[in-house]
Design a protein around this ligand. Structure first.
Ligand code: FMN
Length: 188
């Protein structure tokens, strides 16, 4: 079902970033074209090379990197953007429209459906400011999945675990199934 569909995966600086490799691999195996943008924090947790090896594409994290308008190029190419994990910081930036790095700038420039998979420590998740941002994001039409209850990397058991990559995959598939693929280049 995902054969030939173009998906952009954003990876922000949560420890669950290692699980996003499984999601990306699943999408690639389903025939999707997958590009990955990481935040600088995310590159501290998982090597960009992991995603480059899985996608066969260059991973981007610099706003002022190669290309004339990398934020617009990335936003124009994709049919769907999924940020997994989405940190508390990314949720706040998305809710407020901040654009101070490549991922948040692409998010503002992107017109298609956006899936956010929050993941964080339970105390962070329950903070009124985070919950306020989540409500705002839902109102704004973002598709939120998770977090789930379970073991957290800090050793606690609680709410904050990133949704299982299989669930995120299923939501990506369902979201794209409801939308026709774009016409081939030159026929827009
Ligand atoms: C080991 C480690 C794990 C972290 N895990 C999370 C996490 O799961 N969720 C989260 O919101 N922040 C987490 N943080 C904090 C973020 O990395 C930090 O807020 C950072 O500024 C987020 O930047 P980004 O949103 O640009 O990726 C973690 C930090 C460290 C050092």
């Amino acid at each position: 079902m995902l054969q030939g569909r173009e998906i952009l995966i954003g990876v922000s600086g949560g420890i669950a970033a290692y699980k996003t490799a499984a999601l990306v691999s699943r999408l690639v195996q389903a025939g999707a074209g997958v590009s990955v943008i990481m935040t600088r924090s995310a590159t501290q947790l998982v090597a960009p090379k992991t995603f480059e090896a899985l996608t066969g594409r260059r991973v981007r994290w610099k706003l002022f990197g190669p290309g004339s308008h990398p934020h617009l190029d990335s936003a124009n190419q994709a049919e769907l953007l999924c940020i997994a994990p989405a940190t508390a910081n990314v949720l706040a930036k998305a809710a407020w429209g901040l654009a101070d790095d490549l991922l948040s700038t692409v998010l503002l420039a992107f017109e298609g459906p956006v899936i956010l998979a929050p993941a964080m420590n339970e105390r962070m998740w329950k903070k009124p400011s985070v919950q306020r941002n989540v409500r705002q994001l839902e109102q704004d039409g973002f598709l939120l999945i998770g977090p789930e209850q379970g073991y957290l990397s800090c050793g606690m058991v609680g709410m904050g675990r990133m949704a299982d990559p299989e669930r995120i995959y299923a939501l990506i598939e369902k979201t794209l199934a409801d939308r026709a693929p774009p016409p081939p280049l030159g026929q827009k």
